[in-house]
Design a protein around this ligand. Structure first.
Ligand SMILES: NC(=O)C1=CN([C@@H]2O[C@H](COP(=O)(O)OP(=O)(O)OC[C@H]3O[C@@H](n4cnc5c(N)ncnc54)[C@H](OP(=O)(O)O)[C@@H]3O)[C@@H](O)[C@H]2O)C=CC1
Ligand SMILES: N[C@@H](CC=O)C(=O)O
Length: 361
């Protein structure tokens, strides 16, 4: 199939998917012979075998989209294979059910690029099966934006392993949205004001409780650990959840309607635990002990001016990697950790890397 046309199916055209289609899909080099031939939203789909003129995709999607078929992606994969094209699925959703389809899609010939973190942080048994099927069908799976958005943290860890280094610990403020929020929040502010602003800028997860609850950071920690070969699952991560029990199970709309309760619960925690703190940082870590046992955790930590986290630009994620080769002087990767432009650019970088791999196959 080397040299065959590449057919891209985009699942999820929200903040990241929309930005990628608007700004990056039109720049796919002609010689790459790659084009977008399908778009899937939750309720609608559009299959366009001859390719979608990316500049006008919003208007034409509105005109041509049909009701989403339960097996719409599978039908598209089959048609793509019949045309002897190489199918590439871009999963730009935050949907667990989509991630459960990966093994079947690998088996149907798809390569997959994910911004969705669910597959990479899934239960160990599912993750192993996913990797087994991927290897069996010799498919590629790229997911660099699942940690650090456009930052090259996963590729850096991969290179560490290739050159025989042994990673011992990765630590930092891994969340772009929580970094943006807590670089600006000061004791006494309404925390929810900052949360809503971060959401408006496209920095948070579709439901910001995934960020505030620590789950988004925990998923990143599991993905980081697996990249260096450690067996770690979400249940092994000790998370600090900033969302009070009473707001954890309510709908996303109800959560937004009850932000005053969220602020009160946060203030009560702050005054009880850290009455003199002005500034905080939300940190996460994964590490492996001498016996090879991996562990991880997240916590909201008070900081003062002397902290290396005190003056990071708002929204910067920061990864400190300690390894055999980078021991006393750790490797630090830092920069914007969320947002439409850097993330869509990271997705595009994965797309170009995949096209290059397919050409060389
Ligand atoms: N925002 C950021 O800075 C970053 C985001 N990411 C990851 O990228 C992913 C997307 O994030 P973002 O764009 O911000 O989120 P959005 O909520 O803006 O977009 C997600 C889109 O996915 C669509 N969707 C949900 N379920 C399905 C489904 N079953 N089939 C088809 N479409 C579906 C929704 O479409 P519909 O309108 O049809 O319901 C929605 O528009 C997430 O996994 C996130 O973790 C990673 C790094 C950074
Ligand atoms: N919500 C996430 C987006 C990127 O993964 C974050 O804030 O880091």
């Amino acid at each position: 199939m080397s040299g065959a046309e590449v057919a891209i199916g985009v699942i999820g055209v929200g903040t990241i998917g929309g930005y990628w289609l608007d700004h990056f899909a039109p720049t796919l080099p002609l010689q790459s012979r790659a084009r977008v031939t399908a778009i899937f939203r939750r309720q609608q789909q559009w299959l366009a075998p001859r390719g979608i003129a990316s500049k006008h995709w919003r208007e034409t999607f509105t005109q041509h989209a049909q009701a989403r078929q339960a097996d719409g992606v599978e039908q598209w994969l089959q048609a793509t294979r019949q045309r002897e094209q190489q199918p590439v699925v871009l999963d730009l959703t935050a949907d667990k059910t989509i991630s459960r389809r990966y093994p079947a899609w690998f088996a149907s010939g798809a390569h997959i690029i994910s911004a969705n973190k669910y597959a990479g942080s899934s239960a160990w048994s599912f993750y192993q099966e996913l990797q087994r099927v991927r290897r069996q069908y010799q498919r590629h799976w790229l997911y660099n934006t699942t940690v650090g958005a456009g930052l090259p943290i996963l590729s850096a860890l991969h290179e560490r392993c290739l050159c025989g280094d042994q990673v011992q610990r990765v630590e930092g403020n891994l969340s772009g949205s929580l970094s943006w929020i807590f670089q600006q929040y000061r004791a006494g502010d309404k925390l929810s004001d900052w949360v809503l602003k971060a959401q408006k800028m496209g920095l948070t997860e579709p439901d910001p409780r995934l960020d505030l609850g620590g789950m988004d950071v925990a998923r990143k920690l599991v993905i980081l650990a697996r990249e260096v070969g450690w067996k770690l699952q979400l249940k092994d991560i000790n998370m600090q959840n900033l969302v009070p029990d009473t707001l954890q199970a309510v709908s996303a709309t109800n959560f937004v309607a009850r932000l005053d309760d969220f602020d009160q619960a946060f203030d009560a925690w702050r005054q009880r635990e850290h009455p003199n703190a002005e500034q905080f940082v939300y940190l996460g870590f994964v590490a492996r002990d001498g016996a090879g046992q991996a562990s991880g955790g997240t916590r909201l930590q008070p900081i003062d001016d002397s902290s290396p986290y005190a003056r990071l630009p708002a929204g910067n994620a920061n990864f400190t990697v300690q390894s055999r080769q980078y021991d006393a002087n750790p490797l630090v990767i830092q920069g914007p950790g969320a947002g439409p432009e850097v993330t869509a650019a990271g997705v595009h970088s994965d797309v170009l890397q995949l096209i290059a791999r397919l050409k060389n196959n």
